[in-house]
Every structure is written in structure tokens, then in C-alpha cells.
Ligand binder design. Structure first.
Ligand code: FHN
Length: 442
């Protein structure tokens, strides 16, 4: 039964994927990096010797942390070892195609010298802009930059969680102007940035701003053709977020996949999406102690494979230290992922959902616009036989290792369009990729 569509002024303005060059490029990225950096890297999850159990970048919300003491961390922010070029070089070696950088997290501290607040890097001992050099360094290496921006701002006295009184409304009107100013400022200062990654948009105060947010989004898009904005920015006039009251996604890609990955293609409703992932538990900013399970290179590679196989991008978070360097664990992971990508990135970039029935050995990725299907193998069965089921009238014309020892395989047809690929070796220490070339057999 067809659902009734209601008329919306501030719902989705387009249905289906964007097909322009900027968004086609975004879709092909496969792997991204997230960077959470700010004042919270200084306490690093610890206040007066006591460990905070939440995410390190939320420590200001801890009742033991007085707001003014937290804000005065600005006078300690002096990352003397920060080198944008070396961050970008690490990301390049890891194989990432885009990076999302926190320009301002919930605490309100700006990593760029915003003229609309004093709470910026310009008034720290470091004094210099952080965002500019990062945009330049990444962009120069062909890595696209997306600017993360938190609407919720714990520093600005005009921020409200809800609007209940006339005073709230007046204050929040000022806050809206401040937000607009900062966003237009970012787009003006950093013309190379390709998109905005919004966060902190869940509170009632902002959810009620459907008209304002919609017009601001239009203004930003007009200012920067091709600009990419995710589904977290605005709500419709009924307060629906991500998907409007008719179920259509608002924005260019779905931002709902935080620390989780869809299980099947129908979970993503044909939309573009990316998954943002932390290495340890829910920690984004630098935290001295990493608790819980720390993901390994191969686990992260499996997440990457799964995301790409379901038409998404995988974005791994980094939380730099207060001196501006990256922690060893993250550097090691970047190296490990990069080494695997050196051989196998062909199966990641420009990859898409292959439309095949998933098998237990791993993930299929189809190369957009080709007859190549990649098998990203993470679990080898004891039989050494990988099951492949193709649509009827499709046959395998070739199977070979990607970047491996150059082995090719003769698939055994065990049923109609159903094959076993018998591996020549049964013990594998690392995930690997086989390439299937298919032919029409009709
Ligand atoms: O509260 C934030 C959190 O600190 C972190 O920035 C993540 C990243 O996706 N976003 C928020 C929670 O959704």
C-alpha cells in the first residue's frame, strides 16, 4: 500500500543519489580519516587525577569540571610539534581519499581564527590557524577535506538546549546568526574544502529551526557549488531528522552510521552513507587511557570491506595528542592499513555493491563500470573452497590473485552459475583479495 506523501516545505529537496562529479568522487573514496582535535586533548580523559569514563571530548560536561576552568585550557593549547604535512603524509600512506576535521567540537573552541568569538586558536599560545595548513597539506596530496562543525556550542552563552521563554528565543536568534557567520566564514576561508560534516544537531532548540537551517543550507550550497552536506544538519518542520516526514533523506549522504555498519544493502535504502569508527570504545578525542577492546588492523580492514561492499565509505578516527603528534597505536594502524591498501586498494576505490548473495568467506565489491568483482576474503573455510553464486546467465571468465603471487584459478562449476574456487593454499595470515572477471553467458 502506498504511503501518503505530505507536502513539506523543509523536507528533502531531492530524492535519490546526487549524480554530479563532486558526489561521484565522494562515492568512490572508500576509505577516509576522521580527526578529533581540540582543547579536550589536554586533559585527555583525566581531571585532577580522576579518570573520566565517557568520551574524552565530552569531559567539559563532567560535573567535576568547571566550565571556566575548562575554557582556560585555551591558554595551554600550544601544539609545538604539530605538522600538518606529516599528518597528511600519514593519511596518504594509509590510503585515505578524504579527511573530516573538527573545526569546532561541542566545547566551542575553534581551530581556526574565527572573528566571531575569542575562543579560538588565535588566542592560545600557539596563535596560528590549524585548519588552513591542514586543508592545504591534505588537498595537495589529493585527499579531499570535509570540515566537521558542531552546532551545539557549550561556550557560547546564547546556546540553548530548548527554547522555552522569550529570552531563550532572543538569545537563540543571536546564536543562529553566529552559526551562520561561522559557517560562511569557514567556506570563505577554505575554498578547497569539499563539504561540511555536522554534529551536535539533536537538541530541540536546533530541531525547531527547520526554516532557518533550510535557508542556510541553500545559501551555503549556492556559495559553493558541489558542496557536500550530510543528513545531520537539519530537521524538517515536523522535527524529523536525517529522513523527513515522507521518509526521504535530507542531505547528500546518510550520517547515521556512527560506530556501526549496516548488515545488508536494504538497510541503506539506496542512499550514500559513511561509517565513522573509533579504534577503541567510544573515544574520539585523545584519551590517555584506551579502555575496552582495541581494534586491530585486520578488524578495521574487514569493516572497510564490509562498508564498501554495501555502497558506503569507512572513516577511521584519529585523536591527536596535545603536542600535535599522533599516538603510536594510531600511527601503527595507519601503517598496517596502508600496507594492505598498497596491494589491494584496487578493490576499495570506486567499489560498489556487487548485487551478489553474501558468502561466509567475506565480501564482494564490484568495480564501478567494469566486469570485475573483487572477493575480499577474511574467513577461509577448512575445505579451502570459496563458494560463489552468480546471477543466472553470468559466468566466470577469469579468477586471479590481486597483487598476490600472480596465481590464477580454474573455478569448478558445481551448479548453475554456482562455483567453488579452490584455493591453492589453506593457511592465510592476512585478508586477501581475488579478482573475478565475469562474462555474459546468455
Ligand atoms: O558527541 C559527538 C562525539 O563526541 C563525536 O564527535 C561523534 C563523531 O561522530 N559525534 C557525536 C556523537 O554523535
Amino acid at each position: 500500500t502506498a504511503q501518503k506523501t505530505i507536502a513539506l516545505q523543509h523536507g528533502a529537496h531531492g530524492v535519490g543519489r546526487r549524480r554530479d562529479a563532486a558526489m561521484e568522487k565522494w562515492r568512490a573514496y572508500g576509505l577516509g580519516q576522521f580527526v578529533h582535535w581540540g582543547l579536550y586533548s589536554i586533559p585527555a580523559g583525566e581531571w585532577n587525577g580522576k579518570q573520566y569514563n565517557g568520551a574524552a571530548e565530552w569531559i567539559k560536561s563532567w560535573k567535576e569540571v568547571p566550565a571556566t576552568t575548562y575554557d582556560s585550557l585555551m591558554y595551554q593549547f600550544n601544539p609545538t610539534k604539530f605538522n600538518a604535512e606529516s599528518w597528511a603524509a600519514t593519511a596518504k600512506q594509509m590510503g585515505v581519499k578524504y579527511v573530516t576535521i573538527t573545526t569546532k567540537h561541542h566545547d566551542g573552541f575553534c581551530l581556526w581564527p574565527s572573528k566571531y568569538t575569542n575562543f579560538t586558536v588565535a588566542n592560545s599560545p600557539y596563535k596560528k590557524d590549524i585548519i588552513g595548513p591542514l586543508v592545504k597539506a591534505y588537498d595537495r596530496r589529493g585527499i579531499d577535506v570535509i570540515l566537521y562543525f558542531s552546532i551545539m556550542d557549550w561556550h557560547n552563552p546564547d546556546w540553548r538546549y530548548d527554547i522555552k521563554t522569550r529570552e531563550d528565543s532572543v538569545a537563540f536568534d543571536r546564536f543562529k546568526q553566529f552559526t551562520r557567520n561561522q559557517l560562511l566564514e569557514l567556506l570563505t576561508l577554505y575554498p578547497a574544502a569539499k563539504g561540511l560534516w555536522f554534529d551536535g544537531t539533536w537538541d530541540k532548540s536546533w530541531v525547531k529551526q527547520a526554516a532557518f537551517a533550510d535557508s542556510l543550507e541553500k545559501e551555503m550550497r549556492a556559495m559553493r557549488p558541489g558542496l557536500i552536506i550530510g543528513s545531520r544538519f537539519r530537521a524538517d518542520e515536523y522535527g524529523k531528522r536525517h529522513f523527513d516526514s515522507n521518509g526521504n533523506m535530507m542531505g547528500d549522504y546518510e550520517q547515521g552510521w556512527e560506530r556501526k555498519i549496516p548488515e545488508k544493502i536494504t538497510d541503506v535504502h539506496g542512499n550514500d552513507w559513511d561509517c565513522v569508527m573509533t579504534v577503541p570504545e567510544n573515544q574520539w578525542g585523545y584519551s590517555k587511557i584506551w579502555k575496552g577492546h582495541i581494534k586491530t588492523t585486520d578488524e578495521l580492514l574487514e569493516m572497510l570491506a564490509k562498508c564498501v561492499s554495501l555502497d558506503g565509505n569507512f572513516v577511521l578516527n584519529f585523536g591527536p595528542k596535545p603536542d600535535g603528534t599522533l599516538r603510536t597505536e594510531e600511527l601503527d594502524l595507519a601503517k598496517g592499513i596502508g600496507a594492505w591498501m598498497d596491494t589491494n586498494s584496487e578493490a576499495i576505490y570506486n567499489g560498489e555493491y556487487a548485487g551478489l548473495v553474501k558468502q561466509d568467506w567475506g565480501y564482494y565489491v564490484k568495480k564501478t563500470g567494469t566486469n570485475k568483482i573483487y572477493m575480499l576474503v577474511f574467513n577461509v573455510p577448512v575445505s579451502g573452497a570459496l563458494n560463489v553464486v552468480l546471477p543466472s546467465r553470468t559466468a566466470i571468465s577469469k579468477v586471479y590473485d590481486l597483487g598476490g603471487p600472480g596465481l590464477s584459478y580454474v573455478p569448478e562449476e558445481i551448479g548453475t552459475s554456482t562455483y567453488f574456487i579452490h584455493l591453492k593454499q589453506q593457511t592465510f595470515k592476512r585478508p586477501f583479495v581475488l579478482v573475478l572477471e565475469t562474462a555474459d553467458n546468455s
